[in-house]
Design a protein around this ligand. Sequence first.
Ligand code: HEC
Length: 135
Amino acid sequence: MQWMLKILAITLVIFTTGCESKHNDADAKPIATQVPPADATLPTEFQKGETSFNSNCMVCHGIKGAGTDKGPTFLSRIYHPNHHGDQAFYRAAMQGVRAHHWEFGDMPPVEGMTREIMVDIISYIRWLQREAGIY
Ligand code: HEC
């Protein structure tokens, strides 16, 4: 009987600590090395998005969205589609963002950005996020 209680206690400990570390992950500042595995080949359907991302967003959001000292990584649970849906991406690119999550400063509106270009950029960022295991 006692061994059953022991097993129950151990299982409970494993479950609760597992939960806690998940929450910590979500709150932690993401690390720059959190990029898709090197062997992840970019499907052709996302190539247009990557090109546009690289010329419009990479300077601040980093290669493969991993972040720089000028802007946050998108490979953080903060930018999971449930927290920052596609609408937040359109808004950010067209209207800019007032600094609120980080201390990088404001994001200015991206000059010449259109919804059509953003469609491809968002698909590319979501692909990066899936490859990095965000969702
Ligand atoms: C000049 C630097 C810079 C460029 C270029 C830039 N961003 Fe940003 N972006 C930032 C910074 C800084 C933040 C963080 C603001 C905060 O939350 O503190 C940010 C935040 C965001 C957010 C989060 C918005 C929110 O609601 O919290 C999205 C989405 C985003 N950027 C998308 C893009 C996309 C897409 C591009 C390219 C089309 C882009 N950014 C180009 C600097 C930049």
